[in-house]
Design a protein around this ligand. Structure first.
Ligand code: SF4
Ligand code: SF4
Ligand code: SF4
Length: 454
């Protein structure tokens, strides 16, 4: 079924056009809806239809699909459509070393997280969310107009590394059906220069050769190579979960640094769901903000830098250096091993956060269609003239608690299995990896047990 859809010349493009229209409507629904009141914004983020869809359903949907099935969001992403179109009519310059390094993706993501979300609250103020989405579209167009192929997707998109990491877990992969057919294939339509800017059936503009794809990270499942391959030799195939993590994955420094941020962010996201652990995790940022008399929005910036950059860098840095010193391993290899082993726990907890978010927002659906802008509803909820019916949240609580514990255990077990397969210079290096995994997953497990079960 999936392969039929991917081979169809128009279906995916039509889906991209549909998502483009939906995005335009979401932006329209958020423009003009703003506030300076932080307490009001906390409610408004859920009562504004656009904001509710983008942050509580669309974004969790991307995370869940990437972990389970791979980069299927990219298949229908409207930005791919517009950046590819801009690339077709643009200057077609070759990307330089900096773009190719992957650092632009990491820095772009860090800016959105630290400044966008934790300083200016683009996730809470609909108008700022609309501006953010317009900026993303603008950058996709400009990058497309300047650089060749699909440079925005390959080297700029702020969630590129995130989707790449999580897609290594997925049950699906895009590969050639028979590599020997590719060996004798004379036309090589899937990478041919002449197909590069076709509207339908482009050769791969993500710098991949389908016959040589070894892991899921960089294939954005755009489906263009399906249509370009005249031998019908490409297919989406099933595979065992997390297969890529048991192979010899090589990460760039940009990817390693990106993972530090994500793993710190996921700790914050899950622990801040419960007021007890939120207080604990905020101890250091609050202390720093208080000691330096920092106030206003900058407090959020300081918090994000400490929790998403400093603490994860110390955690991974100390352990990787220890591994290197004790085992005489290459430093990059030490970091890579730690990242790959901890990835399943981060992904499982990100999945949990997605579930918590989507389910906790169900009560707001009672209001968003009668008041899509959400300002009046937010006022009514704050003044208590409108009461949220939280029956569904209470009903789901025990089920989500069980899912939460199972997810944390699955993440831990997968991480330990990866450690068993990894090659270590000596036993101590492996023990350090086990220690890292137990410490990182222990933070989640303890929180979940005390929060959900006791
Ligand atoms: S890489 Fe980013 S812009 Fe490109 S298709 Fe995927 S999500 Fe969309
Ligand atoms: S066009 Fe098809 S058969 Fe030829 S190299 Fe590409 S994937 Fe293989
Ligand atoms: S190999 Fe390239 S063209 Fe084929 S689906 Fe992946 S990104 Fe698209």
């Amino acid at each position: 079924m999936i392969n039929k859809i991917f081979r169809n010349p128009y279906f995916l493009t039509i889906l991209q056009i549909v998502t483009l229209i939906i995005f335009a409507l979401l932006i329209y629904g958020a423009i003009g809806v703003t506030t300076d009141d932080k307490n009001f914004a906390v409610v408004l983020r859920n009562t504004n239809l656009s904001n509710l869809i983008v942050w509580s359903y669309w974004w969790p949907f991307i995370i869940i699909t990437a972990i389970l099935f791979g980069r299927f969001w990219c298949t229908v992403c409207p930005m791919e459509l517009i950046t590819s179109f801009a690339g077709k009519i643009g200057l077609k310059r070759k990307p330089g070393k900096l773009l190719k390094s992957g650092w632009i993706i990491t820095i772009f993501y860090a800016i959105i997280l630290i400044l966008g979300i934790h300083t200016f609250a683009i996730h809470r103020i609909p108008q700022l969310m609309a501006v953010y989405m317009l900026i993303l579209f603008g950058v996709a167009v400009v990058v497309g107009l300047i650089w060749e192929k699909r440079t925005f997707c390959t080297h700029v998109c702020p969630i590129g590394h995130l989707l790449g990491f999580y897609s290594m877990l997925s049950f699906k992969k895009l590969r050639v059906k028979d590599a020997t057919i590719c060996e004798v294939c004379k036309t090589k339509d899937c990478i041919s220069k002449s197909n590069r800017y076709k509207f339908i059936g482009r050769s791969c503009t993500s710098d991949l050769y389908p016959a040589k794809i070894t892991d899921n990270r960089n294939c954005i499942l755009c489906g263009q190579c399906f249509k370009s391959c005249t031998k019908d030799n490409i297919a989406i195939q099933n595979r065992k979960f997390a297969t890529d993590l048991f192979t010899n994955i090589k990460l760039s420094w940009a990817e390693i640094s990106f993972f530090f941020i994500v793993s710190g962010f996921v700790v914050y996201e899950v622990l801040s769901e419960w007021k007890v652990t939120k207080k604990i995790i905020m101890t250091i940022p609050d202390f720093v903000n208080h000691s330096f008399n920092i106030s206003g929005d900058i407090k959020g910036t300081v918090k994000a830098i400490i929790l998403f950059i400093l603490i994860p860098s110390i955690f991974y840095g100390v352990l990787a250096i220890l591994k290197k010193i004790i085992s005489k391993e290459d430093l990059k290899k030490s970091f890579t091993q730690l990242v790959i082993t901890i990835l399943p726990i981060t992904a499982s907890m990100h999945l949990l956060k997605a579930i918590l978010k989507t389910t906790s927002r169900i009560p707001y659906w009672n209001f968003v269609f009668t008041d899509p802008k959400g300002v009046e509803t937010a006022q009514s909820i704050i003044t208590k003239s409108e009461v949220l019916d939280k029956t569904i949240i209470v009903t789901l609580f025990p089920y989500i608690s069980i899912i939460a514990i199972l997810l944390s255990l699955c993440g831990l077990i997968l991480s330990l299995l990866i450690i068993r397969k990894q090659q270590y210079q000596n036993k101590i290096s492996g023990i350090i990896s086990i220690f890292a995994v137990l410490l990182y997953s222990g933070v989640f497990f303890t929180t979940l047990i005390f929060w959900r079960l006791i």
